[in-house]
Design a protein around this ligand. Sequence first.
Ligand code: R7I
Ligand code: MG
Ligand code: MG
Ligand code: MG
Length: 339
Amino acid sequence: DSILLASKFRGCLVGGLLGDCLGAPYEGDYRIPKTVLQKYFDTLEGPYFKSPVKQYTDDSAMTKCIAESLIAQERFDSLDIAKRFVKEYFGDPRRGYGEQVVEIFHKLRVQKFGDPFGPAKEQFGGAGSYANGGAMRVAPLALFCHSDYNELINLVEQSAKLTHTHQEGYDGTILQAIAVYQSLHLDPKEKLDTQNFSSQLIEKMSEIEEEDDNPYPYQTQLEKMQILLDKKEDADDEEVQRIMGNTVAALYSVPTAIFCFLRACAPIPEIETENPFRRTIQYAISLGGDTDTIANMAGAIAGAYYGYSVISENLQKHCEATEQFIEYADKLHKITASK
Ligand code: R7I
Ligand code: MG
Ligand code: MG
Ligand code: MG
């Protein structure tokens, strides 16, 4: 119903924000000891506020742009989104943006947005970026398209191609959006069937990847994920890192985020919390590497499944812009309810 969906919208955007803010201090670390993270989360969730508030990074800065554009235009407008990316970047550049993506912002400004999709095609000698920058910001668009799957696929691909024209870059964006979509449509009161969740992802990706020339990289990665999920407690961190990956490459971070969500439905050794949302992002961060982005994507999927009420208030208070993200979620819910 509508109340549950509104809560899922909030859960998705706030969940992603928390993953970004709480994961950012560890970005680039090899792996974070479970005891260190346990203390970090216990302190933040505890009764005493510990300053300073954690700052969000490029992940949430770009998510903001897409949310604000959809709210202002009430439709997907790629030119408007490109303009917002550029304005946001030049107004607040120190948010940890990807090294190469900023080239696009410079070029867009010089060409005065004559061809918003042009500069992305020139990245990496014409290969296009395969990193996770499209996927990390896609949540508001997944919410916007929650009732129209075909529109979701079409618009999400376009949104990615403003910066990521490598097949792995935009197909990874689509996969992240599909994961959010599936979460939104599930009842959190029913036990999640993780194998079914991943089988449905593989089935949907088989339609996405069929016309592409690469030998189905995402389906392959998701199949490996299913094997790891079956192993449950026996899947140790070294194996997860090695098989799923934890880098800025979309192929080695989007399926990883999905894995974190599915794995964290059940208890995980050395992560002491009853709360499955917290468990998801605490686990995602513990894997190291691109911690802000993997926790952000896992948090958005988990939040879209469990809903807002499961996210600890004290954790929310420790993140910059929580109130703003709640407002985006409510406005997007209102717009899509009347569409
Ligand atoms: O994808 P993008 O916006 O970066 C997102 C990541 C997240 O972790 C954020 O938290 C932030 O830290 O950055 O930015 P890009 O500049 O397109 O890609 C990021 C990096 O991925 C690049 O700087 C490259 O190191 C690498 N990369 C590639 N390397 C070689 N060949 C991406 N595509 C390629 C490629 O085709
Ligand atoms: Mg970041
Ligand atoms: Mg395709
Ligand atoms: Mg990152």
